[in-house]
Design a protein around this ligand. Structure first.
Ligand code: NI
Length: 228
């Protein structure tokens, strides 16, 4: 499932994030690429221990913790701390598949995170740069994604994807992965659609007795599929 989520960050939060990121020390993006993707990758990235990366990462995780659409779509079990990249001057990232497992070293240990769901949170407005589309190929066909600053896209970690060359301005974004409680993308999609329809019914016919039953179905399916 490919899902855009609007307004994950407010314009004020985007401005705060950008002030910190624009003043930070960026490094060559190949530092986090696997062997195969290093050949395709040409961008700048903030080192994971950079104070700006940590501070803006906390801002993003805090916003996500209050975002019910995000929770419903990703059913996150473990979120890899947000990373940040910047493309300018023709930089791009060719087609690749992300590593299946990332090791989160942020809490002192080494926690493996299976990358079931990928996220890109746009931190530049589309009129700040030309190019820089995120192209995602999956069972839903090929999709081109370029969203307003503060908006985010979720897509399956299994998909082939690339970022087209940025030919004017700079594209700053956060990207990260999460391990979902529900590993299978098709199952996650069903859970999300069921949740969305229950919420619509709750708004339109709040006292209908079938809502109780449907809510029970949702939770009992989650009980079947969730790994906690
Ligand atoms: Ni990638």
């Amino acid at each position: 499932m490919l899902l855009p989520i609007a307004d994950v960050l407010t314009p004020t939060q985007v401005a705060q994030a950008r002030a910190m990121l624009d003043a930070a020390d960026w490094a060559d993006g190949r530092i986090t690429a696997g062997y195969q993707s290093a050949k395709a990758k040409d961008n700048a990235q903030l080192p994971e221990d950079s104070p700006a990366a940590r501070e803006v990462g906390v801002l993003i995780l805090d916003a996500l913790s209050r975002n019910s659409t995000f929770f419903s779509a990703a059913l996150p079990k473990r979120i890899y701390p947000p990373l940040f990249n910047r493309y300018a001057g023709g930089q791009s990232f060719g087609y690749h598949v992300d590593n299946a497992i990332r090791y989160d070293r942020s809490r002192g240990g080494v926690d493996p995170v299976r990358t079931d769901v990928s996220a890109t949170l746009f931190l530049s407005a589309p009129d700040e740069y030309d190019g820089g589309e995120l192209i995602i190929e999956d069972t839903f066909g090929t999709q081109s994604v370029k969203l307003p600053a503060g908006h985010m896209v979720l897509y399956p970690g299994t998909s082939l994807h690339k970022v087209t060359p940025v030919t004017r301005g700079a594209r700053v974004a956060s990207f990260f992965w999460m391990q979902s409680m529900v590993r299978d993308d098709g199952h996650r999609r069903l859970m999300f659609e069921l949740d969305v329809s229950i919420r619509r019914l709750t708004a339109d016919v709040p006292d209908h007795p079938a809502l109780l039953q449907l809510t029970g179905v949702y939770h009992n399916l989650l009980r079947q599929w969730a790994e906690t």
